[in-house]
Write a protein that binds this ligand. Structure first.
Ligand code: NAD
Ligand code: DAU
Length: 359
């Protein structure tokens, strides 16, 4: 296939692109704004692939979207990766036919940032999704929206299905919900062949260290405090990013237009247990745990039923215990990836969020 992947420079998007290039032989164009979370370094092992193109631009910019879909018009592409082999030395023309599908990962993704500064969340999720949907409608393209279990809100007991009510709690999840509703309206009103995939909490290599698991791993390895929000008994349903990326590919290939598919991981864990596991895997000290002020409006538990996508033939393959150990090893062995983050703007974000400096 020939696919436009929006937000493909991020954690899950780049994992998806890697799979499409290496496992499916697809042709992939990435359109990405390169926010703090979008990194050309995530292309390090496929930047030179002739089937890969990168266009630097925002999904809310109709010209950037048109250029990524139809032509180049002088937009920036890869201009060489700092300290990384590869880089295609500028935008490469597409080799074969037109784009057939848009897969939209592009988003602001951190709940804490949405509480502190919601503006970009509204712009990217509402306006950005609208611009992509219009582009897909004009060109009659398939469309996959990458969404989240957070649109359902919190559940104390039981499990969310695709027909559970939408009750988002944060500016992040509320704007993601708005985007989902807009996608569904384009199916109902215009017949756009659109699907939505809602994932549970992802973890794995290349995740920006503002999120629980990479934050705790890197803080554990550096002897920094491990900041647990509130009592740490909040439960998350963990899915490895390679499993989630395959679920999205599976829905792209086999999903029915207009349908929503949940893709949850095989294991649920309270946050405090995740932190204990990370301490054991890194050799850190229990004394590093610090219970800090809870996140406002903090969702207590997420739990996702994935029966519908399983019926299409997908299932997760990585158990949390194994995936977490592999993820800790990846962070240990890939300081080239996280060192520029941990010594850059992330330090001031961390101080603002946690009221203390990283070592
Ligand atoms: P991420 O923060 O690592 O990456 C987001 C990417 O989107 C970055 O490359 C960023 O530069 C790009 N981007 C942001 N705004 C943009 C804009 N306006 N135009 C173009 N590009 C823009 O995120 P992630 O964790 O890889 O999440 C990807 C998607 O999966 C998101 O839609 C998120 O809501 C969804 N999701 C994430 C998780 C999770 O646990 N991380 C779980 C379920 C669903
Ligand atoms: O459920 C899917 C969602 O998972 C995605 O849609 C989001 O993009 C993604 O960020 C994630 O949201 P969470 O808020 O669940 O993830 P986060 O890693 O921020 O936090 C996980 C849990 O850990 C949550 O209960 C808050 C807690 N936490 C987080 C951080 C960063 C802490 O206790 N301490 C921390 O420092």
């Amino acid at each position: 296939m020939n696919i436009l992947v929006c937000g493909g420079a991020g954690f899950i998007g780049s994992t998806f692109v890697r799979q499409r290039l290496h496992e499916h032989g697809d042709e992939v164009t990435v359109l990405d704004k390169l926010t703090y979370a979008g990194r050309e370094q995530n292309f390090h092992d496929f930047a030179d692939d002739p089937a890969f193109r990168f266009v630097h631009g925002a999904i809310e910019d109709p010209e950037a979207v048109a250029s990524a879909l139809d032509g180049l018009d002088g937009l920036d592409g890869l201009d060489g990766l700092d300290g990384v082999d590869g880089g295609n030395g500028g935008v490469r023309a597409r080799a074969s036919g037109p784009v057939e599908a848009i897969v939209n990962f592009a988003a602001e993704t951190h709940v804490d940032r949405s509480i502190a500064e919601p503006d970009a969340f509204v712009k990217t999720h509402a306006l950005g999704t609208y611009v992509l949907l219009e582009a897909a409608r004009e060109r009659d393209l398939r469309y996959v929206q990458v969404s989240t279990d957070e649109v359902y809100g919190s559940i104390e007991v039981g499990t969310f299905t695709e027909s559970s009510p939408l009750q988002p709690s944060s500016p992040y999840s509320a704007t993601k919900t708005g985007a989902d509703l807009l996608v569904q309206s384009y199916f109902h009103t215009y017949g756009l062949p659109a699907t939505i995939v809602r994932g549970s909490n992802n973890y794995g290599p290349y995740q920006y260290p503002e999120k629980l698991i990479p934050l705790m791993v890197l803080n554990a390895l550096h002897g920094d405090a491990l900041p647990v929000y509130g009592d740490g008994q909040q439960v998350r349903n963990w899915i490895h990013s390679t499993d989630f990326a395959r679920a999205i590919g599976h829905v792209l290939a086999h999903g029915a237009p207009g349908e929503v598919y949940n893709a949850g991981g095989p294991d649920e864990q309270p946050n405090i247990d995740v932190v204990h596991r990370i301490i054991a895997l890194t050799g850190a000290s229990e004394d590093q745990i610090e219970h800090v002020t809870d996140r406002p409006g903090h969702d207590r538990r997420y739990s996702l039923s994935s029966e519908k996508v399983r019926a299409l033939g997908w299932e997760p393959s990585v158990r949390f215990e194994d995936g977490l150990a592999e993820t800790v090893t990846w962070y240990r062995e890939n300081a080239w990836w996280w060192e520029p983050i941990r010594s850059g703007d992330y330090r001031s974000y961390y101080e603002r969020q946690y009221g203390k400096a990283l070592s």
